[in-house]
Design a protein around this ligand. Sequence first.
Ligand code: NAD
Length: 260
Amino acid sequence: MSLFDMQGKTVVVVGGAGYLALPACVLLAEHGATVVVADRNREQLGKAEAAVRQALPGARVSSLFVDVADEASINRLVEDTLSVHGRLDGMVNASCAAIGKRLEDLQADEFEQANRVNITGFFLLSRRAAEAMPDGGSIVMISSMYGIVAPDPRMYHAPMLPNPIEYGTAKAGILQMTRYMAAHYGPRNIRVNAIAPGPFPKAWKYEGEQAFIERLADRTMLGRVGRQNEIAGAVAFLVSDASTFVTGHCLRVDGGWTQW
Ligand SMILES: NC(=O)c1ccc[n+]([C@@H]2O[C@H](COP(=O)([O-])OP(=O)(O)OC[C@H]3O[C@@H](n4cnc5c(N)ncnc54)[C@H](O)[C@@H]3O)[C@@H](O)[C@H]2O)c1
């Protein structure tokens, strides 16, 4: 049997309606998983479920609302998943928040608002998911290369805002949360890993910013930016039995950005 076969596993993907997580939902379903696409964006949620079905007719996929800034909502997501599917084997968290102001302009309450999703939300969701995994499981947190290295301000030429401080601060925190939880849950055979994507600019967001995209591409060893479907394989690897001895790890999917 293929190590990547996920038949019988139920995997929740939070932020699942987003740019990088949606192809991961499709790939998980292709490998037999029952996928719950969970997101705060209700409009995109329905579209994401439909997109998975369109990519894979007959996919076992459903969608549920969740706001990871709200503990009651996290609890409902896990309880609803258990009541519909009877089990939880994988929890992938690809949500994120950023205020996007310059360091000098960021207010304390805005900093905390981002942390509520990126740190507290990741903590509460992972802990609740682990409670629902009596037979073991896999938790995957999406961090960022900017949790490992600082954004080089010279890449973000004026008037472009640099990648904001609240984002990378939390992404670095997620990496330590991953190691801590991996150690804590290891005896229960719950593996906890992170993925640190490199540059995956959304084409529509950077229209007219070709020079910026080229600067990003030049900074990687592979000389290009990431494609939308290039996080999915890492997610499937970490959720599946192909990685049963991998825990506490951060898998960098960054074209080599952080390696030179
Ligand atoms: N795109 C990149 O270049 C890049 C680079 C490094 C890391 N990442 C990380 O990868 C992950 C996915 O990024 P993306 O580019 O696909 O972003 P995206 O904005 O397309 O997707 C994020 C999803 O999370 C959802 N979300 C936001 N707040 C939420 C909340 N409180 N509760 C539930 N859902 C919420 C959004 O509705 C959205 O669907 C993020 O964690 C991001 O930080 C992305």
